[in-house]
Design a protein around this ligand. Structure first.
Ligand code: ASP
Length: 657
């Protein structure tokens, strides 16, 4: 059986490489007609009122009688009609018989996007009329019968990928947007990858797919949860931010290899590329250590990775949190390009530059530098105003100074202090940082973490700028995975730095060699927490868990000052022979987004919420009449005018809302 067009890519290899620069089109992906010999090919036309899909017909079908169902894509001079289904496009020749009930009348009068069924013969196109851009371009259908299954009103936008439409409109008419090739492609690739993951986990490694409740209770730590009122006065369920506690309890229950395609809920307000509900590939195993989980995930990704992309090389590289922060200024480094942060404090011990001197005189003071390649080439890549806006950004957001240093002294735009950088220092920097003549060095000083974080942000900003101006810095077809390990177990709370909060979550086990520090200097304890990073995005995270009830109690009550009563079920379970265990969760939406090269995670979710968490199609969340709130014993306390004004200022109208 033929298995043509872009779908064959999905079924044979899941996809072709799709960098953001090579978005597929109906035609481009359909071109390669491939027979899949090893894989079972799905039967797309079983059980339904068609014999074939529109996109699958080729010269090899010549002479066959076929029945197709699809949407009218367009019509040409009432002679040809192009029919579309999820699989592709096919040309229909409209018979020219003018009788009132004729096929011509049906096909010519049905508006575009009406859904029709046609039956006829596959014939070859007359010589010279083949369309090499269309995978079905060698044939057409000579129609005998046609049925209008349902007419369509004029659509708010055309179902053509090249027709620009706002995202608001797309979300409002999501069911129409889903007809587009791109959304079909993204969702089918997602389904295929998940299928392969299930196969790998359940069939090859004996995992059990278990559903856990989504009506749960409020738990301490972590993200804000959505509440669901119950009929008991004052009692609420909460939607889980992840199945974390349940998966640990499953380990206590002896279900020692669990996984779930789990829906998680976090009420985190509007954040780009976050969704209030999202999907994780959630995993937990007993009797495992960090390297066991890492190998499992590497195998899982390798197995489910689209075959026509370069195979993934494993093991993935690994970097400690401390190294990631010092070198890339973040715990999720984009390792597709250099521009690393370098500590140059030693080179400036006797500098005359005030702010550097100042910084070095403080206890944690450091000087850090980053080299922007070819930053000054004829001002093509980095312009003077870019440097100025970098400096402004540093001042506004980090309260930090940034000094640009150029090897060519005549280029010291806007930086009078630069003359205090001695020739000797320049040479030292050149050697240390392998600087070329046209590069720019960005220099900052201050406390280690702050200086690194600033340069980490500038590194990404500069990379975007350089790429915008034409430099090729990051290969869009490259997938650069990285494990980040040895996180601190706790971080100071943002709102009160004297208190601690868990870096990952409170169930994460301390690093075995740091356990003693828990009782003396808890802020120095490293954890058995690992994150998986892909091209600068965190796509997964997990940890080895605490299975000792006493230790868990100490961390919750004494160090995190949490109300342990809320977690008594878990603490109790740990006392009944809980096995050592650990796990991880992969963020499915983000992973698929990176694999497909989609501009946003909303493009890989069938019905996503807007930036502000609204469903623009159905207008959820929606109001409920007071009498319907009565059974829940709750009342709306309407905000005053000034309060609602404030909240709309916090949520300024965003085009994506
Ligand atoms: N539950 C964690 C999360 O959602 C993942 C894990 O530790 O397994 O981030």
């Amino acid at each position: 059986m033929y298995f043509p067009s872009w779908l064959s890519h999905l079924w044979r290899g899941l996809s072709r490489p799709l960098g953001s620069t090579t978005q597929p089109t109906w035609g481009s992906l359909s071109r390669s007609l491939v027979l899949s010999s090893q894989r079972r090919i799905p039967e797309f036309s079983s059980f339904v009122a068609r014999t074939n899909t529109c996109g699958e017909l080729r010269s090899s079908h010549l002479g066959q009688e076929v029945t197709l169902c699809g949407w009218i894509q367009y019509r040409r001079q009432n002679v040809f009609l192009v029919l579309r289904d999820f699989h592709g496009l096919v040309q229909i020749v409209i018979p020219q018989d003018e009788s009132p009930a004729s096929v011509k009348k049906i096909l010519c009068e049905a508006p575009v996007e009406s859904v029709v069924q046609v039956s006829g013969t596959v014939i070859s196109r007359p010589p010279g009329q083949e369309n090499p851009k269309m995978p079905t371009g060698e044939i057409e259908i000579k129609v005998k019968t046609a049925k209008l299954l349902n007419p369509s009103k004029k659509l708010p936008f055309e179902i053509k990928d090249f027709v620009k439409k706002t995202e608001t409109l797309r979300l409002q008419y999501r069911y129409l947007d889903l007809r587009s090739f791109q959304m079909q492609y993204n969702l089918r690739l997602r389904s295929q990858m998940v299928m392969k993951m299930r196969e790998y986990l359940c069939n090859l490694h004996g995992f059990v797919d278990i559903e856990t409740p989504t009506l749960f209770k409020r738990t301490p730590g972590g993200a804000k949860e959505f509440l669901v009122p119950s009929r008991e006065p004052g009692k609420f369920y909460s939607l889980p931010q992840s199945p974390q506690q349940f998966k640990q309890l499953l380990m206590v229950g002896g279900l020692d290899r669990y996984f779930q395609v789990a829906r998680c809920y976090r009420d985190e307000g509007s954040k780009p590329d976050r969704q209030p509900e999202f999907t994780q590939i959630d995993i937990e195993m007993s009797f495992v250590d960090q390297s066991g989980i890492q190998s499992l995930i590497e195998g899982l990704l390798q197995y489910s990775w689209p075959n026509d992309k370069d195979p993934l090389l494993v093991p993935f590289p690994s970097m400690t949190f401390a190294e990631a922060l010092a070198t890339y200024g973040t715990d999720k480094p984009d390792t597709r390009f250099g521009m690393k942060i370098i500590d140059i404090s030693d080179k400036f011990r006797n500098t005359e530059i005030g702010f550097l001197q100042d910084a070095l005189s403080k206890p944690q003071g450091t000087i850090k530098a980053m080299c922007v390649p070819e930053g000054t080439v004829s001002e093509k890549y980095l312009k003077r105003r870019d440097i100025e806006s970098i400096q402004k950004f540093a001042a506004d957001h980090f309260n930090q100074e940034v000094l640009p240093v150029f090897l060519k002294t005549n280029r010291n735009w806007n930086s009078p202090v630069a003359k205090f950088i001695m020739e000797e220092q320049r040479l030292e920097l050149t050697r240390l940082m392998e600087i070329q003549e046209e590069d720019v060095i960005l220099l900052t000083a201050g406390e280690h973490k702050k200086a690194c974080s600033l340069l980490g942000k500038l590194r990404l900003e500069c990379a975007d700028l350089l790429e915008m101006r034409g430099m090729v810095l990051r290969d869009t077809s490259l997938f650069s995975f990285l494990w980040v390990v040895d996180f601190p177990l706790f971080l100071p709370k943002e709102e009160n730095p004297r208190e601690l909060e868990s870096t990952h979550h409170p169930f994460t086990a301390p690093h075995p060699s740091d356990i003693h520090l828990l009782y003396t200097e808890p802020e120095k304890v490293r954890s058995q927490h690992y994150d998986l990073v892909l091209n600068g995005s965190e796509i997964g995270g997990g940890s080895i868990r605490i299975h000792d009830a006493e230790l868990q109690h100490y961390i919750l009550a004494t160090l995190l000052k949490e109300d342990v009563k809320l977690l008594s079920h878990l603490l109790q379970a740990l006392e009944y022979g809980a096995p050592p265990h650990g796990g991880i969760a992969l963020g499915l939406d983000r992973l698929i987004c990176l694999v497909t090269g989609a501009p946003s995670i909303r493009d890989v979710i069938a019905f996503p919420k807007s930036f502000r968490g609204h469903d623009l199609m159905s207008s959820a969340p929606d109001s409920v009449p007071p009498e319907e709130l009565k059974p829940y014993h709750i009342q709306v306390s309407w905000p005053t005018d000034s309060e609602s004004e404030k909240s709309s200022l916090n949520h300024p109208h965003h085009p994506k809302s």
